[in-house]
Design a protein around this ligand. Sequence first.
Ligand code: GTQ
Length: 346
Amino acid sequence: MNTPVDPTAARADYYRRIAASHLTPLWESMAALVPHAPRSPAVAHCWRYADLRDALLESGTLITAREAVRRVLILENPGLAGSSAITPSLYAGLQLILPGEIAPSHRHTQSALRLVVEGSRAFTAVDGERVTMHPGDFIITPSWTWHDHGSDADGPVVWLDGLDIPLVRFLDCGFAENLGDDVQPLLRPEGDALARYGSGLMPVGFVPAHGTSPVFAYPYARTRDALRQLARANSVDPHDGIRLAFVNPATGGPAIPTIGTTVQWLPAGFDGRPRRATDGTVFHCIEGEGEARIGDHVFTFAPHDTFVAPSWQATSLHAARETVLFAFSDRPVQQALHLWREERLA
Ligand code: GTQ
């Protein structure tokens, strides 16, 4: 068959006709469907805590934690408007709980992490055990485990939530239910999981019930001690500083099956080399201050700021002071599927 001299009109007419049968021509979208390299719809962005804290606290005057179920301001990527996503696969938000409040117990197939931003003496109960929150603590809610939050603090408590909501939505495998009671029964004393699974020890014959780390709370005091000790070793990666992954001690794998989590220490004056990877990554500054260069963007960051680096955008980190960053991404998912790639640039 010969191609018409001016194919445009004939093709447009053809596309209109086949559209009625829910058919579309691959050749018009080939380059977008099978790109040479990731071209993320997400954009680099930084949420400065000092700029949003007042608005977050104001939410506490407008709705209770009970009515909201979870009183959270979602950090929505400007390139993903309407999707409640910070990267195509991940969700992030800042959750506020006020003295005496309770966020009632529920469970869902989405996995969640918390990184405590400010305030002490809020608590979360996960699967029968309560943990008291302190700034910098990393806490996990495994898929399909009951969890409720509360606060005995005398001021606001805020934490960063990270969930695999967009991934679970993409896979169409989301389930959720409410317990009915505000709080779940506590089955073990506080500190049980850390002692039992997080002390370089493991119960003899332990068989994991699920893929998530049985250590569901990693206190910042311990993490910081590890980083302080390693900082003395003087072997700092030129791209990452000293970067450690939170792991499931029962498997050596990621602490959360769908979300990779790390903490990294950068010495004062660190001038990191750029790297890029296919896992779009959310960073949160726990301590210190510096600059993140992501693609064409440059952001200065300070404590409690959260910034996002989309897939395959060159990212370098620079620290004005000694700095600790928390980060999360979908790296374990990509690695399980043999899709993850990284490039370390000069
Ligand atoms: O704390 O259970 O930011 O279910 C979003 C959904 C937090 C939570 C979020 C949730 C939660």
